[in-house]
Design a binder for this molecule. Structure first.
Ligand code: PNS
Length: 166
């Protein structure tokens, strides 16, 4: 039985992420979607909120579970009997993703499978979505309907909080 992990920050989960999770779920027996905290990024949603949103979006895929992880991804893989890391790859990610894949393989031998991002989502990233949403743009084309609504609500509540502080 082959078990894959789809790791990411998923802040928020986009159509591009879901496409990669779904394609992975058709190639392996079981997929663990692991929500990590990228320490270099400014988070919009809490890790628990991201797990909750992902679990709802992945609910129809019976061989997919969603969980939180902390620490090194390779340690999560060892502890959860993960055979392979599955990641979507955009042209802009290549250098950094290759470096992470090689580091992870060096650490414990776990390998990474790269799936080319679907062309229709190739320009979408969570960080750009956060920026567009924060500056008042429409992020509905890039996100599942409920995630877009929650993203816009979260941004609005942040703006309201910032106005209260003034
Ligand atoms: O969606 P992201 O932000 O590209 O996800 C990045 C993530 C969380 C998958 C990556 O930062 C990660 O694997 N973090 C865990 C810490 C770790 O293992 N660091 C060493 C990577 S070689």
């Amino acid at each position: 039985m082959t078990r894959a992990v789809c790791p990411g920050s998923f802040d928020p989960v986009t159509h591009g992420h879901l496409d990669v999770i779904e394609r992975t779920s058709r190639m392996v027996d079981y997929v663990v979607v692991a929500v990590g905290t990228n320490i270099s990024k400014n988070a919009l949603f809490t890790p628990d909120e991201r797990v909750e949103m992902l679990a709802e979006e992945c609910a129809d895929w019976t061989n997919v579970e969603v969980t939180l992880f902390r620490g090194l991804l390779v340690d999560f893989c060892t502890a959860n009997d993960i055979d392979v890391i599955s990641k979507g790859l955009r042209a802009t990610d290549f250098g950094y993703e290759l470096q992470m894949a090689q580091m992870n393989r060096q650490l414990t031998g776990v390998d990474t499978l790269f799936l080319p991002t679907a062309p229709e989502w190739a320009y979408v990233s969570s960080s750009l979505v956060r920026e567009v949403a924060t500056l008042g743009g429409d992020v509905r084309p890039f996100l599942p309907t409920k995630i877009a609504a929650r993203t816009m609500a979260k941004v609005a509540s942040r703006h309201a909080g910032a106005a209260d502080d003034m």
